[in-house]
Ligand binder design. Structure first.
Ligand SMILES: O=C(O)CCC(=O)C(=O)O
Length: 241
């Protein structure tokens, strides 16, 4: 089903904000998400998201993106960042064409879980208390997760290419927490190429849901801005075979 009312709502946003809303710092076609301006005109649809001040963005074709800029308070985010940076089992893996991926990764979760992407198996190490604590916080908003993929971007030259997490064994709700340097999380519709940019900073939570992985891709583009290190945690539900 193509949710006409949701597309209509988005058109209204463009009409309402005109050029100001439609402009972004790095792409004429893309839209920068500005939480204070948008608050109040986007209706909240997911039951658990109601009342917790997450912004709910209904995307064309049934995708849903929940956003909260400072979900984790600053001091707690500092503690999580230092702990995860210093004590995770980071490794740099080859990507699809054999080149090393431009970031480090680590994977944790329930025993025996494996997430395969870009032709590589990522076997979960046992949960740590910190990752379980964060998991609980995200689950109190939306989703149930049994696996966490960590990405570590050492500078603006580290990145994540445009992709969808649409593997059949991954549940459609993905909770994504950012720590450290602020980067841009960019989403692009597969057909219309409509683009939105979300700043993801120290403690920002994004939850991707609905049909977002079917109709939209997402990325962390490289930046020439002098940015520091960033860690991202994506909590997922891996469906066992
Ligand atoms: O670093 C991010 O925010 C994006 C991570 C991501 O897209 C992924 O792990 O699939």
């Amino acid at each position: 089903m193509r949710p006409e009312s949701l597309s209509g709502q988005y058109t209204d946003l463009k009409r309402r904000y005109g050029n100001t809303y439609g402009q972004s710092w790095d792409s004429a076609k893309s839209i920068e998400y500005r939480p204070p301006q948008l608050g109040g005109i986007l209706s909240h649809s997911l039951r658990k998201a109601e009342g917790n001040s997450m912004q709910t963005i209904k995307l064309t074709d049934g995708g849903i993106l929940l956003y909260k800029e400072a979900f984790i308070p600053h001091d707690m985010a500092d503690r999580y960042f230092a702990e995860l940076r210093d004590h995770s089992a980071w490794e740099q893996k080859p990507g699809i064409f054999g080149y090393l991926q431009p970031r480090l990764i680590a994977a944790y979760g329930e025993p025996g879980l494996v997430y395969r992407y870009s032709g590589r198996d990522n076997v979960a190490l046992p949960w740590t208390p910190t990752l379980l604590e964060i998991k609980q916080k995200i689950e109190s908003i939306e989703g149930q997760y049994n696996y966490c993929l960590l990405n570590r971007y050492s500078s603006g030259q580290d990145s994540m290419g445009l992709h969808a997490d649409d593997e059949p064994e991954v549940g459609h709700i993905i909770g994504s927490l950012s720590l450290g340097a602020t980067r841009t999380f960019r989403i692009k519709h597969n057909e219309s190429k409509e683009t939105m940019n979300f700043p993801v900073g120290h403690g920002t939570l994004i939850i991707m849901a609905g049909t977002m992985q079917q109709f939209w891709k997402h990325e962390i583009p490289k930046t020439k801005r002098p940015v520091g290190e960033r860690i991202n945690l994506t909590y997922r539900q891996i469906i066992r075979e």
